[in-house]
Design a protein around this ligand. Sequence first.
Ligand code: HXC
Length: 453
Amino acid sequence: MGREDEEKYGDGVIVGYGTINGRKVFLFAQDFTFMGGSLGTVHARKIQKVQEMSLKMGHPIIGLIDSGGARIQEGVASLAGYAGIFMQNVKSSGVIPQISVILGPAAGGAVYSPALTDFRFMTKDTSYMFVTGPEVVKEVLNEDVTFEDLGGAEVHATESGVADMIFNDEEHTLMGVKKLLSYLPSNNVEHPPVKRDEDIEPGKPEKLSLLLPDDPNKPYDVVDVIRLIVDKGSFFEIAEKHAQNIVIGLARLNNQVIGVVANQPKVMAGCLDINASKKAARFVRFCDSFNVPVLVLEDVPGFMPGKSQEQNAIIMHGAKLLYAFAEATVPKVTVILRKAFGGAYIVMNSKNMGGDFNFAWPTAQVAVMGPEGAVKILNRKELASAKDPEELKRKLIADYKDNVANPYVADEKGYIDEVIDPSETRQVIINAFALLENKVEQNPIRKHGNIPL
Ligand code: HXC
């Protein structure tokens, strides 16, 4: 066979299986040099075949995507090919981890299949994702746009949130995929792999007591808190550049894999907005699908107010996070580091939303709203008629902190299980997850819930 025939024989995609760090995975890799990696009937059947095998055998599947989408010459047959792939993506969702790695341009169906998978990796400057390319944009909208601006790795990692991880080159991108897999079980009936490391190095939890600023309105980096709690060097942050007011990622705690969701006070004071709610909700659901216990580190002044948020449906998007925590049956532990106000208190895995263990640091403020706001509303008349309003305000704020917004009140009422010293946090969480090891909880049988989309 000549080179051309050989290429036709493969129809622009290689499929197969192998091992990564000794664990089995299925893969397919598209070849852009053959008809732009476009998806024809044979190409589609090959991908569907490995999709079916990976689902039946319970192993993760990785797609290396480099494709112009449905093969135009094959018409409806190529569209039907994508439909079959999407069906298989959905069937596998929550059963086996599905990972998409975008290594070149990806358009049309080539982006919708990745969108149905659990994670999307991209490489800077060489990978692109868009429903329609720059030429179509020019034709339909008469707009000039570059590949980079329309769907480059940076845009998807920061603005759209489509890319979960981006790297400078393909080698590091693939290393990132391998690292992610090291935290994941092969399927939804397995538990995440336990590292058999006798010499776990904790991340210096004693330093936690010194980390929070004295002023409750001053920011700090919650990633420092995470790193001091989990096993040293084990935090693998996901979607680092998107919705930075919330931090999500996988880590190991005493060698056991956990998922971490943490408000980030250094960005927008850690407020929950639309993007943060979506980012965290999706991650919680992923963790729940694959038996990854969830740790919540909470410091959140509330949901983000404003016209833009309301007009873009913060109500529905914020509800996604409520829904995700409420339906998750994996072990769920919350530590309130500082602020836990209003709806944001409820949503961040509070006791009544199904938190299994809820702890708070002594610095925690748990209330409907912050002291300043509360005093303004509750004591407006007294303050208006006071001889020294500032002095009275200070006193009222102190009273509010003592009697309402402190963790001991929440503890007394059973909404917090224990107020803990920050330096004990790691050990307390390890003990909590150990107790939860055999947790059994089931949602009512139903076709599926109706998460607010
Ligand atoms: C057949 C295709 C093709 C396609 C590219 N090629 N896309 N052949 N079907 N879908 C071929 C080109 O003709 C060219 O062949 C070669 O691949 C390289 O393409 P270039 O355009 O030269 O490459 P580049 O400039 O890098 O642009 C890449 C691209 C662009 C942005 C992906 O090719 C493009 O816009 N393609 C069409 C994208 C698209 O609209 N696809 C259909 C979407 S509909 P030669 O022989 O010249 O080397 C769809 C249905 C699913 O996918 C919908 C899901 C809901």
